[in-house]
Design a protein around this ligand. Sequence first.
Ligand code: ADP
Ligand code: ZN
Ligand code: ZN
Length: 767
Amino acid sequence: MRYAQVVLDIPTRQLEGAFCYAIPDGMEDDAQVGATVLVTFSHRTAVGYVVEVLDQPPAGLNPSRIASLESVLAGSAFDEARARLAVWMASEYACPLSEAIRPFLAPGQGFRVRRVHDGGPWELESVKSGPVDERWVRLTEEGRSFEPRRTAARQRALIASLAEGPVRMAELSVLMSGAASVVSSLEKRGVVAVEERRRVRGGTVTTLSSANAPRPEKLTAGQKCALAAIAKARKAARGDVVLIDGVTGSGKTEVYLDAIEAAIADGKRALVLVPEISLTAQTVGRFRSRFGDDVAILHSRLSVGERFDQWDLARQGLVHVVVGARSALFAPLSDLGLIIIDEEHEHTYKQESAPRYHARDVAAQLAAETGCALVLGSATPSLESINRCEAGVWRNASWTCVQMPERPGVSQLPRVSVVDMTQQFQQGNRSVFSKPLTEALQAVAQRREKAVLLLNRRGFATFLMCRDCGCVPECPHCSTSLTYHERTRELMCHTCGRSWPQRAFPDPMTRCPNCGSRYMAAFGVGTQRVEDELRMLLPEDVDIVRMDADTTRTKGAHQRLLEEFDASECAVLVGTQMIAKGLDFPEVTLVGVVNADTTLKMPDFRAAERTYDLLEQVAGRAGRGVRAGEVIVQTYWAGHPAIQAVARHDRDLFLAAEEVDRRDGGYPPFSRLANVVIWGKRASEVRASADELAAYVHQQVDGRAGWEVLGPADCAKAKAKDNYRRHVLVKAPIDASLGELLGSCARQVKSRPGVNLAVDVDAYDLL
Ligand code: ADP
Ligand code: ZN
Ligand code: ZN
């Protein structure tokens, strides 16, 4: 008899650890680590996940009193190493184990046990996205004379249902539990054959010209160094990390491709994470062009069925490379040799809902568990990664940094100039474009080249501001600044989605709600206004392509717009943050940043880093070809170190100032920071829970060096969707087990109906 350790999918902090169940005869093949099972737990039915299979019951348990598994609902989605990773995540990020396991499950899988009505029986609901089953099973010639053993009931049943002719795998799975394993064992004996008539959904990427990356004739010195460091890290086989600190266009992607080739040659496989697939279609296209069908692609814009198919390619071992956004890290790829995280500084690697993990840290842990190497690449590495490389070791793995300061060939880093917009205003210029940017745009049009214009926000004019007192109207439900959309003359809240006609709010919106002044004006510019001003500025034969949240809402829109820009002979691409990443158009000779400041003014200790990263990334879009590039940055804060560092191509200008601020303030990377948010409809209850939590944390940490508890206080977004929000910030030394401590404090807080609590360890979103 074997036993399964099962984590129950009952997401409560009170129910920790795994429970032991006996595996009944006939279920051994299916009840493997990673399988989803149905069990009985304290008189109810529950869904659970097998995290370990044991030959003996755990010590202290009487075998005769151990209940058996009811059934196996889905086959293995993860292996032992990943099961251990989930356990680590639950403790590191202070979340229930079942939540830590969810990201590993097959896309679209959702088994739930619910009561149909109060007090009624528990019933299983299943949402399961299988392949569009084009797999057909048929009896072979030899199979027709095959006699199963008398005890092999399922083999008999299967053969009987194939007697009339081939049956789709999906149907067999519905007809009998564990059909897949019966089929595969009979297939091995040549009794049945499985025919792939299956069409795999979701694999197309891009038709952009630059996505076809020819193999360069020879590598740069930096690229050779990087590859050598990666080879060494792979050989160490203990999760060593290589940070490639390479300027934009220095050939990092080429390094990834070559490193993966080497890994595949050794029989290994590779996971590649990119910030957001739709924004990095070109990069993904290059993986496709190098590895062809050997790549599975996983991202959020795929339909569930598409995601399932791509995920299943990885599980079946049919591909050696998986490229995807954050969650692709959990793909069931065996024989890992390499994990690559491109643009490792990107904040999309932090998941903002449970489990609130950071892909960089989970990847480091997965690399350590599986003994593969982790490669991080960026032109603007995070302060965290820079800091770990300086230390040389972090969590028992070695961290090495390789610099790639130059672009291959003739391509040069662009010239960057900063325009002080307060001076432009004093000189009477009311346009969105300063004089230097206007002239540069006209010159691009004349030379028939291409330009990219970055805007730090979305919408037409971003918000209404009182010119007299500076008051900005807020949503009464969310305390978020309302954005103003000129075309519809509406004020909109981007937290809850409510909107008001300008006239009706707060009735009417012609006077300042704070001081009564009549001078309420739209402040800031949006992509539409930039587009409109551009049309007036430039000759008609210059194409203008606008890319923002509004124009990219539909599936594939992003791609179409990029292709439009690619195909045009002379064009300007206007867009928000999403245009800053990964684009590689050699004909772009001018990059303009319309407003560099908005991110600098966010209430967040990473505001300067975010701004620096964004500017450096977008500046890297210029001059990637033979022609030199120019970058013009418009700002009201020309002296800020983040802006100066970009202008002078000198990261140390920014880093030196920033590290002093972070060290003095006790912020990451010199400490760990967690944000515990408590929210609910009733302010008094929220307040009570927050106070209680803070008291428990104080009890644990007071007097311990390097620990600090801030709050409880209202969040910057003090209200969202009519919920009151309070938070407690906890700072801890960098080697502290922060999640473990907060998890135990959170478990002690009295549960109050309608009050929610979320622990966000190593938080990025502090609003
Ligand atoms: P990054 O990922 O660092 O931004 P890429 O890998 O996209 O840089 O490289 C930028 C450009 O330089 C690409 O067009 C790529 O094909 C080219 N390239 C990369 N390595 C070399 C090399 N060793 N020699 C010549 N061209 C190269
Ligand atoms: Zn006012
Ligand atoms: Zn709102």
